[in-house]
Design a protein around this ligand. Structure first.
Ligand SMILES: Nc1ncnc2c1ncn2[C@@H]1O[C@H](COP(=O)(O)OP(=O)(O)OP(=O)(O)O)[C@@H](O)[C@H]1O
Ligand SMILES: [Mg+2]
Length: 448
Protein backbone atom coordinates (compact mmCIF):
# COMPACT_ATOMS: atom_id res chain seq x y z
CA UNK A 1 0.00 0.00 0.00
CA UNK A 2 1.19 3.51 -0.76
CA UNK A 3 2.34 5.62 2.15
CA UNK A 4 -0.18 8.14 3.44
CA UNK A 5 0.71 11.77 2.71
CA UNK A 6 0.10 14.17 5.57
CA UNK A 7 0.38 17.94 5.43
CA UNK A 8 1.09 19.55 8.80
CA UNK A 9 0.04 23.22 9.03
CA UNK A 10 1.27 25.00 12.14
CA UNK A 11 2.65 28.54 12.47
CA UNK A 12 4.72 27.83 15.56
CA UNK A 13 8.09 26.73 14.31
CA UNK A 14 8.93 24.55 17.30
CA UNK A 15 5.60 22.80 17.50
CA UNK A 16 5.60 22.16 13.77
CA UNK A 17 9.03 20.57 14.02
CA UNK A 18 7.82 18.36 16.84
CA UNK A 19 4.73 17.12 15.04
CA UNK A 20 6.71 16.48 11.86
CA UNK A 21 9.23 14.53 13.89
CA UNK A 22 6.58 12.36 15.55
CA UNK A 23 4.78 11.61 12.31
CA UNK A 24 7.96 11.03 10.31
CA UNK A 25 8.95 8.25 12.63
CA UNK A 26 5.79 6.43 11.52
CA UNK A 27 5.43 5.38 7.93
CA UNK A 28 3.95 8.60 6.58
CA UNK A 29 5.16 11.02 3.97
CA UNK A 30 5.16 14.39 5.69
CA UNK A 31 4.98 17.86 4.24
CA UNK A 32 4.55 21.05 6.23
CA UNK A 33 3.49 24.69 5.94
CA UNK A 34 3.43 27.63 8.33
CA UNK A 35 0.36 29.47 7.08
CA UNK A 36 -2.84 28.96 5.09
CA UNK A 37 -1.41 30.44 1.89
CA UNK A 38 1.68 28.23 1.97
CA UNK A 39 -0.52 25.23 2.74
CA UNK A 40 -2.66 25.90 -0.34
CA UNK A 41 0.44 26.10 -2.51
CA UNK A 42 1.66 22.76 -1.12
CA UNK A 43 -1.77 21.14 -1.59
CA UNK A 44 -1.90 22.29 -5.19
CA UNK A 45 1.59 20.97 -5.83
CA UNK A 46 0.97 17.60 -4.29
CA UNK A 47 -2.41 16.91 -2.74
CA UNK A 48 -2.09 15.15 0.64
CA UNK A 49 -4.37 12.41 1.98
CA UNK A 50 -4.78 14.16 5.32
CA UNK A 51 -4.33 17.77 6.43
CA UNK A 52 -3.45 18.27 10.08
CA UNK A 53 -3.94 21.94 10.80
CA UNK A 54 -3.77 24.28 13.74
CA UNK A 55 -6.84 26.47 14.25
CA UNK A 56 -5.04 29.75 14.69
CA UNK A 57 -2.72 30.59 11.84
CA UNK A 58 -1.71 34.25 11.80
CA UNK A 59 -4.43 36.38 10.20
CA UNK A 60 -6.35 33.38 8.96
CA UNK A 61 -7.56 30.22 10.67
CA UNK A 62 -7.63 26.52 10.03
CA UNK A 63 -11.29 27.04 9.11
CA UNK A 64 -10.25 28.99 6.02
CA UNK A 65 -8.04 26.11 4.99
CA UNK A 66 -10.79 23.61 5.77
CA UNK A 67 -13.16 25.59 3.56
CA UNK A 68 -10.68 25.49 0.70
CA UNK A 69 -9.98 21.76 1.09
CA UNK A 70 -13.68 20.93 1.30
CA UNK A 71 -14.34 22.84 -1.88
CA UNK A 72 -11.37 21.77 -3.97
CA UNK A 73 -10.32 18.39 -2.53
CA UNK A 74 -13.40 16.98 -0.81
CA UNK A 75 -11.85 13.50 -0.50
CA UNK A 76 -9.04 14.74 1.73
CA UNK A 77 -9.09 13.96 5.46
CA UNK A 78 -8.91 16.96 7.80
CA UNK A 79 -7.93 17.14 11.46
CA UNK A 80 -7.95 20.41 13.35
CA UNK A 81 -6.06 21.22 16.52
CA UNK A 82 -7.66 23.81 18.79
CA UNK A 83 -6.38 25.48 21.93
CA UNK A 84 -7.61 24.38 25.32
CA UNK A 85 -10.85 26.10 26.18
CA UNK A 86 -11.92 26.75 22.59
CA UNK A 87 -14.01 23.67 22.03
CA UNK A 88 -16.52 25.77 20.07
CA UNK A 89 -13.91 26.06 17.30
CA UNK A 90 -13.67 22.30 17.15
CA UNK A 91 -17.44 22.00 16.96
CA UNK A 92 -17.56 24.52 14.11
CA UNK A 93 -14.85 22.65 12.26
CA UNK A 94 -16.57 19.30 12.65
CA UNK A 95 -19.78 20.82 11.39
CA UNK A 96 -17.99 22.14 8.37
CA UNK A 97 -16.72 18.67 7.54
CA UNK A 98 -13.49 18.12 9.51
CA UNK A 99 -12.98 14.44 10.29
CA UNK A 100 -11.54 14.85 13.79
CA UNK A 101 -10.09 17.39 16.24
CA UNK A 102 -7.46 17.47 18.95
CA UNK A 103 -7.33 19.84 21.90
CA UNK A 104 -3.97 21.30 22.74
CA UNK A 105 -1.89 20.22 24.48
CA UNK A 106 -2.17 16.66 23.28
CA UNK A 107 -0.08 13.56 23.70
CA UNK A 108 1.80 11.83 20.97
CA UNK A 109 -0.57 8.88 21.41
CA UNK A 110 -3.67 11.03 20.92
CA UNK A 111 -2.17 12.42 17.72
CA UNK A 112 -1.44 8.95 16.36
CA UNK A 113 -4.89 7.71 17.31
CA UNK A 114 -6.57 10.55 15.51
CA UNK A 115 -4.44 10.15 12.37
CA UNK A 116 -5.11 6.41 12.26
CA UNK A 117 -8.81 6.89 12.78
CA UNK A 118 -9.05 9.38 9.92
CA UNK A 119 -6.82 7.25 7.69
CA UNK A 120 -9.10 4.29 8.20
CA UNK A 121 -12.24 6.28 7.49
CA UNK A 122 -10.56 7.68 4.39
CA UNK A 123 -9.67 4.29 3.04
CA UNK A 124 -13.24 3.04 3.59
CA UNK A 125 -14.62 6.13 1.92
CA UNK A 126 -12.34 5.63 -1.09
CA UNK A 127 -13.17 1.96 -1.37
CA UNK A 128 -16.83 2.82 -1.22
CA UNK A 129 -16.49 5.46 -3.88
CA UNK A 130 -14.64 3.06 -6.17
CA UNK A 131 -17.37 0.47 -5.75
CA UNK A 132 -20.18 2.92 -6.40
CA UNK A 133 -18.32 4.32 -9.41
CA UNK A 134 -17.93 0.85 -10.83
CA UNK A 135 -21.53 0.05 -10.08
CA UNK A 136 -22.91 3.20 -11.63
CA UNK A 137 -20.73 2.70 -14.71
CA UNK A 138 -22.04 -0.82 -15.11
CA UNK A 139 -25.53 0.37 -14.51
CA UNK A 140 -25.30 3.31 -16.85
CA UNK A 141 -23.91 1.32 -19.72
CA UNK A 142 -25.94 -1.89 -19.42
CA UNK A 143 -24.17 -3.40 -22.38
CA UNK A 144 -23.60 -0.21 -24.35
CA UNK A 145 -19.92 0.20 -25.19
CA UNK A 146 -18.34 3.52 -26.15
CA UNK A 147 -16.99 6.65 -24.48
CA UNK A 148 -17.38 9.25 -27.25
CA UNK A 149 -19.01 12.50 -26.12
CA UNK A 150 -22.08 11.78 -28.24
CA UNK A 151 -22.49 8.46 -26.42
CA UNK A 152 -22.01 10.16 -23.05
CA UNK A 153 -24.99 12.32 -23.95
CA UNK A 154 -26.99 9.19 -24.68
CA UNK A 155 -25.98 7.65 -21.33
CA UNK A 156 -26.88 10.87 -19.57
CA UNK A 157 -30.35 10.80 -21.04
CA UNK A 158 -30.81 7.11 -20.38
CA UNK A 159 -29.84 7.44 -16.72
CA UNK A 160 -31.85 10.59 -16.29
CA UNK A 161 -35.10 9.14 -17.59
CA UNK A 162 -34.46 5.49 -16.75
CA UNK A 163 -36.40 5.60 -13.52
CA UNK A 164 -39.40 7.40 -14.99
CA UNK A 165 -42.32 6.11 -17.03
CA UNK A 166 -41.93 8.69 -19.76
CA UNK A 167 -42.46 7.56 -23.34
CA UNK A 168 -39.25 7.53 -25.34
CA UNK A 169 -38.65 7.58 -29.07
CA UNK A 170 -35.27 6.21 -30.09
CA UNK A 171 -34.00 7.18 -33.51
CA UNK A 172 -30.86 6.25 -35.38
CA UNK A 173 -29.61 4.30 -38.35
CA UNK A 174 -29.84 0.55 -38.49
CA UNK A 175 -27.47 -1.28 -36.14
CA UNK A 176 -26.68 1.72 -33.93
CA UNK A 177 -27.97 0.05 -30.77
CA UNK A 178 -31.58 1.29 -30.57
CA UNK A 179 -32.84 -1.94 -29.09
CA UNK A 180 -29.89 -2.10 -26.71
CA UNK A 181 -30.72 1.42 -25.52
CA UNK A 182 -34.36 0.41 -24.98
CA UNK A 183 -33.22 -2.58 -22.92
CA UNK A 184 -30.90 -0.32 -20.94
CA UNK A 185 -33.84 1.95 -20.12
CA UNK A 186 -35.79 -1.06 -18.89
CA UNK A 187 -32.82 -2.22 -16.80
CA UNK A 188 -32.48 1.19 -15.23
CA UNK A 189 -36.16 1.37 -14.33
CA UNK A 190 -38.06 0.02 -11.33
CA UNK A 191 -39.71 -2.31 -13.87
CA UNK A 192 -36.46 -4.18 -14.44
CA UNK A 193 -37.78 -7.41 -12.92
CA UNK A 194 -40.96 -7.29 -14.99
CA UNK A 195 -41.40 -8.20 -18.65
CA UNK A 196 -39.60 -6.44 -21.48
CA UNK A 197 -41.63 -7.23 -24.58
CA UNK A 198 -40.28 -6.28 -27.98
CA UNK A 199 -42.41 -6.23 -31.08
CA UNK A 200 -41.25 -5.40 -34.57
CA UNK A 201 -44.08 -3.42 -36.12
CA UNK A 202 -42.61 -3.95 -39.57
CA UNK A 203 -42.74 -7.71 -39.27
CA UNK A 204 -46.45 -8.29 -38.52
CA UNK A 205 -48.86 -8.59 -41.43
CA UNK A 206 -51.42 -5.78 -41.35
CA UNK A 207 -54.32 -8.19 -40.96
CA UNK A 208 -52.85 -9.63 -37.77
CA UNK A 209 -51.50 -6.40 -36.29
CA UNK A 210 -54.52 -5.62 -34.14
CA UNK A 211 -54.78 -9.05 -32.50
CA UNK A 212 -51.01 -9.17 -32.05
CA UNK A 213 -50.91 -5.85 -30.25
CA UNK A 214 -54.24 -5.63 -28.48
CA UNK A 215 -55.28 -9.27 -28.18
CA UNK A 216 -58.52 -10.88 -29.30
CA UNK A 217 -61.52 -12.51 -27.71
CA UNK A 218 -62.34 -16.07 -28.60
CA UNK A 219 -64.35 -16.05 -31.84
CA UNK A 220 -63.34 -12.50 -32.78
CA UNK A 221 -62.15 -13.78 -36.11
CA UNK A 222 -61.92 -17.11 -37.86
CA UNK A 223 -59.27 -19.17 -36.20
CA UNK A 224 -59.49 -17.36 -32.86
CA UNK A 225 -60.38 -20.45 -30.87
CA UNK A 226 -59.25 -19.13 -27.53
CA UNK A 227 -58.76 -15.72 -25.99
CA UNK A 228 -55.52 -14.19 -27.16
CA UNK A 229 -53.47 -11.87 -24.96
CA UNK A 230 -51.86 -9.15 -27.04
CA UNK A 231 -48.32 -7.87 -26.66
CA UNK A 232 -49.44 -4.69 -24.89
CA UNK A 233 -51.35 -6.63 -22.27
CA UNK A 234 -48.45 -9.07 -21.87
CA UNK A 235 -46.17 -6.18 -20.96
CA UNK A 236 -48.42 -5.04 -18.11
CA UNK A 237 -46.22 -3.73 -15.23
CA UNK A 238 -43.23 -3.92 -17.56
CA UNK A 239 -41.91 -2.27 -20.70
CA UNK A 240 -43.19 -2.52 -24.27
CA UNK A 241 -40.67 -1.90 -27.02
CA UNK A 242 -42.29 -0.97 -30.33
CA UNK A 243 -39.54 -1.42 -32.86
CA UNK A 244 -39.89 0.10 -36.34
CA UNK A 245 -42.86 2.11 -35.16
CA UNK A 246 -42.88 3.92 -38.53
CA UNK A 247 -44.24 0.73 -40.09
CA UNK A 248 -47.34 0.51 -37.90
CA UNK A 249 -50.52 0.65 -40.03
CA UNK A 250 -52.56 3.84 -39.62
CA UNK A 251 -55.51 2.06 -38.02
CA UNK A 252 -53.33 0.60 -35.30
CA UNK A 253 -51.69 3.97 -34.84
CA UNK A 254 -54.96 5.48 -33.65
CA UNK A 255 -55.59 2.57 -31.28
CA UNK A 256 -52.11 2.90 -29.91
CA UNK A 257 -52.66 6.60 -29.38
CA UNK A 258 -55.77 5.89 -27.36
CA UNK A 259 -53.82 3.45 -25.22
CA UNK A 260 -51.05 5.98 -24.64
CA UNK A 261 -53.55 8.62 -23.65
CA UNK A 262 -55.94 6.60 -21.55
CA UNK A 263 -53.92 3.58 -20.52
CA UNK A 264 -56.72 1.23 -21.63
CA UNK A 265 -57.16 -1.23 -24.48
CA UNK A 266 -59.97 -3.38 -25.84
CA UNK A 267 -59.23 -6.80 -27.16
CA UNK A 268 -60.46 -7.36 -30.68
CA UNK A 269 -64.11 -8.43 -30.50
CA UNK A 270 -64.66 -6.99 -27.04
CA UNK A 271 -65.85 -3.68 -25.65
CA UNK A 272 -64.46 -4.26 -22.21
CA UNK A 273 -61.75 -1.76 -21.29
CA UNK A 274 -58.64 -3.29 -19.82
CA UNK A 275 -56.60 -0.89 -17.71
CA UNK A 276 -52.85 -1.41 -18.01
CA UNK A 277 -49.63 -0.05 -16.60
CA UNK A 278 -47.04 -0.19 -19.36
CA UNK A 279 -43.97 1.89 -20.13
CA UNK A 280 -43.69 2.39 -23.88
CA UNK A 281 -40.45 2.82 -25.80
CA UNK A 282 -40.55 3.14 -29.57
CA UNK A 283 -37.76 3.06 -32.12
CA UNK A 284 -37.42 3.87 -35.77
CA UNK A 285 -34.69 4.32 -38.34
CA UNK A 286 -37.03 6.56 -40.33
CA UNK A 287 -37.41 10.29 -40.04
CA UNK A 288 -40.83 10.24 -38.38
CA UNK A 289 -41.35 13.96 -38.80
CA UNK A 290 -40.97 13.38 -42.52
CA UNK A 291 -43.41 10.44 -42.34
CA UNK A 292 -45.87 12.78 -40.67
CA UNK A 293 -45.35 15.35 -43.41
CA UNK A 294 -46.06 12.66 -45.98
CA UNK A 295 -49.27 11.62 -44.21
CA UNK A 296 -47.97 8.17 -43.39
CA UNK A 297 -47.75 8.68 -39.66
CA UNK A 298 -50.25 10.32 -37.31
CA UNK A 299 -49.00 13.64 -36.09
CA UNK A 300 -50.68 13.35 -32.67
CA UNK A 301 -49.12 9.92 -32.13
CA UNK A 302 -45.74 11.27 -33.16
CA UNK A 303 -45.89 13.98 -30.52
CA UNK A 304 -47.22 11.57 -27.92
CA UNK A 305 -44.33 9.17 -28.54
CA UNK A 306 -41.64 11.77 -28.95
CA UNK A 307 -41.83 13.10 -25.38
CA UNK A 308 -38.13 12.40 -24.94
CA UNK A 309 -36.19 11.69 -28.13
CA UNK A 310 -32.93 9.77 -27.99
CA UNK A 311 -30.77 9.65 -31.05
CA UNK A 312 -28.28 6.82 -31.36
CA UNK A 313 -25.22 8.20 -33.16
CA UNK A 314 -23.94 6.46 -36.28
CA UNK A 315 -20.65 4.65 -35.76
CA UNK A 316 -18.89 6.94 -38.22
CA UNK A 317 -19.71 9.84 -35.90
CA UNK A 318 -17.84 8.21 -33.06
CA UNK A 319 -14.72 6.83 -34.62
CA UNK A 320 -12.92 7.07 -31.29
CA UNK A 321 -15.05 4.17 -30.03
CA UNK A 322 -14.15 1.76 -32.81
CA UNK A 323 -11.04 0.43 -31.04
CA UNK A 324 -12.97 -0.26 -27.85
CA UNK A 325 -15.78 -1.95 -29.78
CA UNK A 326 -13.31 -4.18 -31.65
CA UNK A 327 -11.85 -5.27 -28.32
CA UNK A 328 -15.29 -5.76 -26.83
CA UNK A 329 -16.57 -8.00 -29.61
CA UNK A 330 -13.28 -9.92 -29.89
CA UNK A 331 -13.50 -10.74 -26.20
CA UNK A 332 -17.20 -11.53 -26.38
CA UNK A 333 -17.06 -13.85 -29.37
CA UNK A 334 -13.86 -15.62 -28.38
CA UNK A 335 -15.49 -16.34 -25.03
CA UNK A 336 -18.72 -17.54 -26.66
CA UNK A 337 -16.91 -19.85 -29.06
CA UNK A 338 -14.15 -20.72 -26.58
CA UNK A 339 -11.55 -19.71 -29.14
CA UNK A 340 -8.37 -17.71 -28.55
CA UNK A 341 -8.79 -14.00 -29.22
CA UNK A 342 -6.99 -13.16 -32.49
CA UNK A 343 -4.98 -9.95 -32.69
CA UNK A 344 -5.47 -7.35 -35.37
CA UNK A 345 -2.60 -5.86 -37.32
CA UNK A 346 -2.23 -2.09 -37.08
CA UNK A 347 -2.97 -1.84 -40.76
CA UNK A 348 -6.27 -3.70 -40.45
CA UNK A 349 -7.21 -1.58 -37.49
CA UNK A 350 -6.55 1.55 -39.50
CA UNK A 351 -8.78 0.32 -42.30
CA UNK A 352 -11.54 -0.30 -39.80
CA UNK A 353 -11.12 3.20 -38.43
CA UNK A 354 -11.32 4.76 -41.89
CA UNK A 355 -14.42 2.88 -42.93
CA UNK A 356 -17.87 4.52 -42.93
CA UNK A 357 -19.74 1.57 -41.33
CA UNK A 358 -23.12 1.87 -43.06
CA UNK A 359 -24.32 -1.09 -40.96
CA UNK A 360 -22.95 0.52 -37.79
CA UNK A 361 -22.17 -1.53 -34.67
CA UNK A 362 -24.05 -4.56 -35.97
CA UNK A 363 -21.80 -4.70 -39.05
CA UNK A 364 -18.69 -4.34 -36.91
CA UNK A 365 -19.89 -7.04 -34.50
CA UNK A 366 -20.57 -9.43 -37.40
CA UNK A 367 -17.19 -8.84 -38.99
CA UNK A 368 -15.40 -9.45 -35.71
CA UNK A 369 -17.43 -12.59 -35.05
CA UNK A 370 -16.30 -13.98 -38.41
CA UNK A 371 -12.73 -12.93 -37.65
CA UNK A 372 -12.77 -14.78 -34.33
CA UNK A 373 -14.13 -17.89 -36.04
CA UNK A 374 -11.93 -17.87 -39.13
CA UNK A 375 -8.94 -15.80 -38.04
CA UNK A 376 -8.79 -14.42 -41.58
CA UNK A 377 -7.74 -10.80 -41.49
CA UNK A 378 -8.09 -10.41 -45.22
CA UNK A 379 -11.71 -11.44 -45.07
CA UNK A 380 -12.26 -9.14 -42.11
CA UNK A 381 -11.10 -6.18 -44.19
CA UNK A 382 -12.84 -7.15 -47.40
CA UNK A 383 -14.83 -4.25 -48.83
CA UNK A 384 -13.72 -1.78 -46.16
CA UNK A 385 -13.48 1.19 -48.50
CA UNK A 386 -12.06 4.27 -46.80
CA UNK A 387 -14.51 7.09 -46.20
CA UNK A 388 -14.24 9.88 -48.73
CA UNK A 389 -12.69 12.56 -46.59
CA UNK A 390 -13.61 15.31 -48.98
CA UNK A 391 -15.21 15.74 -52.34
CA UNK A 392 -11.77 16.18 -53.82
CA UNK A 393 -11.46 12.40 -53.50
CA UNK A 394 -14.43 11.97 -55.78
CA UNK A 395 -13.52 12.80 -59.38
CA UNK A 396 -15.19 11.91 -62.58
CA UNK A 397 -14.58 12.80 -66.19
CA UNK A 398 -17.29 13.96 -68.51
CA UNK A 399 -17.91 11.53 -71.37
CA UNK A 400 -16.94 12.46 -74.97
CA UNK A 401 -20.51 12.56 -76.20
CA UNK A 402 -21.55 15.13 -73.55
CA UNK A 403 -24.32 14.77 -70.94
CA UNK A 404 -27.95 15.69 -70.28
CA UNK A 405 -27.41 17.87 -67.24
CA UNK A 406 -31.01 17.96 -66.06
CA UNK A 407 -31.55 14.24 -66.24
CA UNK A 408 -28.35 13.67 -64.25
CA UNK A 409 -29.40 16.18 -61.64
CA UNK A 410 -32.81 14.57 -61.35
CA UNK A 411 -31.23 11.14 -61.05
CA UNK A 412 -28.93 12.37 -58.26
CA UNK A 413 -31.95 13.66 -56.34
CA UNK A 414 -33.85 10.42 -56.75
CA UNK A 415 -30.91 8.22 -55.84
CA UNK A 416 -30.18 10.23 -52.71
CA UNK A 417 -33.84 10.10 -51.65
CA UNK A 418 -34.06 6.38 -52.10
CA UNK A 419 -30.75 5.83 -50.32
CA UNK A 420 -32.18 7.46 -47.21
CA UNK A 421 -35.69 6.01 -47.45
CA UNK A 422 -37.17 9.36 -48.40
CA UNK A 423 -35.49 11.27 -45.58
CA UNK A 424 -34.98 14.67 -47.19
CA UNK A 425 -32.72 16.09 -44.53
CA UNK A 426 -30.24 13.26 -44.92
CA UNK A 427 -30.54 13.21 -48.72
CA UNK A 428 -29.81 16.95 -48.88
CA UNK A 429 -26.82 16.52 -46.59
CA UNK A 430 -25.56 13.64 -48.68
CA UNK A 431 -25.65 15.79 -51.81
CA UNK A 432 -23.99 18.70 -50.06
CA UNK A 433 -27.04 20.90 -50.58
CA UNK A 434 -28.92 23.03 -48.11
CA UNK A 435 -32.36 21.72 -47.25
CA UNK A 436 -33.94 24.67 -49.04
CA UNK A 437 -31.86 24.21 -52.18
CA UNK A 438 -32.71 20.53 -52.14
CA UNK A 439 -36.47 21.17 -51.84
CA UNK A 440 -36.28 23.72 -54.63
CA UNK A 441 -34.72 21.14 -56.93
CA UNK A 442 -37.24 18.47 -55.96
CA UNK A 443 -39.99 20.83 -56.94
CA UNK A 444 -38.26 21.83 -60.12
CA UNK A 445 -38.07 18.22 -61.29
CA UNK A 446 -41.33 17.28 -59.60
CA UNK A 447 -39.60 14.52 -57.70
CA UNK A 448 -41.58 13.16 -54.74
N1 LIG B 1 -22.86 0.73 -28.18
C1 LIG B 1 -22.90 -0.61 -28.33
N2 LIG B 1 -22.11 -1.38 -27.57
C2 LIG B 1 -22.12 -2.72 -27.70
N3 LIG B 1 -22.86 -3.37 -28.58
C3 LIG B 1 -23.66 -2.66 -29.36
C4 LIG B 1 -23.74 -1.24 -29.29
N4 LIG B 1 -24.62 -0.79 -30.18
C5 LIG B 1 -25.09 -1.88 -30.81
N5 LIG B 1 -24.53 -3.01 -30.33
C6 LIG B 1 -24.78 -4.38 -30.81
O1 LIG B 1 -25.00 -4.30 -32.20
C7 LIG B 1 -26.11 -5.08 -32.58
C8 LIG B 1 -27.21 -4.20 -33.14
O2 LIG B 1 -27.77 -3.43 -32.11
P1 LIG B 1 -29.36 -3.17 -32.02
O3 LIG B 1 -30.13 -4.36 -32.43
O4 LIG B 1 -29.65 -2.58 -30.70
O5 LIG B 1 -29.45 -2.05 -33.15
P2 LIG B 1 -30.72 -1.33 -33.76
O6 LIG B 1 -30.40 0.12 -33.79
O7 LIG B 1 -31.94 -1.77 -33.03
O8 LIG B 1 -30.72 -1.87 -35.25
P3 LIG B 1 -31.95 -2.01 -36.30
O9 LIG B 1 -32.42 -0.63 -36.64
O10 LIG B 1 -31.32 -2.67 -37.45
O11 LIG B 1 -32.99 -2.83 -35.61
C9 LIG B 1 -26.54 -5.84 -31.36
O12 LIG B 1 -25.87 -7.08 -31.36
C10 LIG B 1 -26.04 -4.99 -30.23
O13 LIG B 1 -25.79 -5.77 -29.10
MG1 LIG C 1 -33.54 -2.95 -33.76
Amino acid sequence: MEKLRILVVEDDHEQRGLIVQILSSESFVIDSADCVEAAIVRIKQSPPDIVFSDWKLGQLTGMDLLNYVQREYPDTGFIIATAYGTISHAVDAMQLGADDYLTKPYQRQALMLSINKVAQALSLKRQNKRLTDELSEQKALVGLVGKAPCMQQVYDRLTRIGSTDVTVLIGGESGTGKELAARALHQLSPRQHQAFIAINCGAIPESLAEAELFGAEKGAFTGANTDKVGKIEASNQGTLFLDEIGELPLLQQSKLLRFLQEGTINRLGSHKDIQLDVRVIAATHKDLAEEVAQGRFREDLYYRLNVVPINMPALRERQEDIGQLIEHFTRLHSKNYQLPAPTLSTQAKKRMLDYAWPGNVRELANRIERFVLLGDEQELCEGLQPMASSNADFMFNLPEQGIQWESIEKSCLMQALSKFNGNKTKAAQFLGLSYKAFLYRLEKYQVQ
